[in-house]
Write a new protein. Sequence first.
Length: 401
Amino acid sequence: MGQTPTVVDLLDAPPRDDASSGYSASAQGGGAQPPEKSGGRPSGTANRGNSLISLLPFILALAGALVLAYPVLATQHNNARQQAIADQYQAQMDSVSPDVLAAELASADAYNQELASSPILDPWLDQQRPDTPQYQAYLAELDLDEVMAQIVIPKIHVDLPIYHGTDADTLAHGVGHLFGTALPVGGTSTHSVLTGHTGLGSATLFDDLTELEEGDAFYITVAGRTLKYEVNDIRVVLPTETESLNKVPGEDLVTLITCTPYGINTHRLLVTGTRVPMDPVQAAAEKAAATPAPMRPWMLWLIGAVVLILSVLAVSAGRAAWRHAKRRQVAGAEARTEPAAHGDITSVPTGEGTVPEDLTEFLSPYLEAMKDQRKPSAGTQDKAVSSGPNDESQSPSGKHP
């Protein structure tokens, strides 16, 4: 272990390389730099941690924007998918032989005529889906495709597939036909019941059924047969009040059911239509106008909120980048103009370390005096010269001639 240098050592010790000293001295007389600390958290890790913390608000805001955008994206996707399934069903029916379609319709008509009068249960109750031979016979009707039929409601831009039954999975993908009611193929003294969700977060379905009024039309296409119905009755009932769903002698009826009020679902909205004559040209024009469905107001509000959030994020990110670049520019300028961190005390190199210049100035009188005391006298110097080994007057044997 090295000893602390004395003042005498400071006088005699030759300068050493700056790197060997505890405090490196600037070759240009600059300030001393403190030794780097080997312990502690690396500065790079600290900077990365600070960067992550500064990015946290942006990440949270972006996550919020995605959460707001999800219902809009999911609804638009599912609406388009359901419409595509309905259109695909119609295209498939167009490719089926007319004889096959006629046989399907005849079988469905016979099923409706033989349908026994029985209590009609709420479509959202499990009891209305018994695993019985009657239910299996029901599933065998209109089974050319997994889709039973197609419903189009021009006023509210509905174009949906109709499936057998009203279980949860069915109602999540389209409109369900209520088991125990007539198949939706028309006919005297028939009453078909179709159910659809309201308030589903990922699809529109029957959300706008409340906008229908008496006189509005809707269309059902099944096995190549298109039927037109005109709304003639709208009512709100309790789930147990199903009397209005019974058959009416001589009438051809279809009732659309959904839950109400929106988000509460304590009652049922019943929109009933009676079959009316149809003009094929007018029907084709109205069905074409039903799609695509326009974006609903709540979708526009959410999209506006997402755009606002993303705009704020973009502006904030731009300002943060500008401030970061400005700080780096200022730091670079300071590094070029300002002295080192300890530049207020300059140092001079010594054998074992450095001594500040102000301390050297303070000790300079004493150092000079000590140098004078250590200088040899003139007589001593002459004696040393006369007795030196290079004296030519002395013989090799050490004796004078």
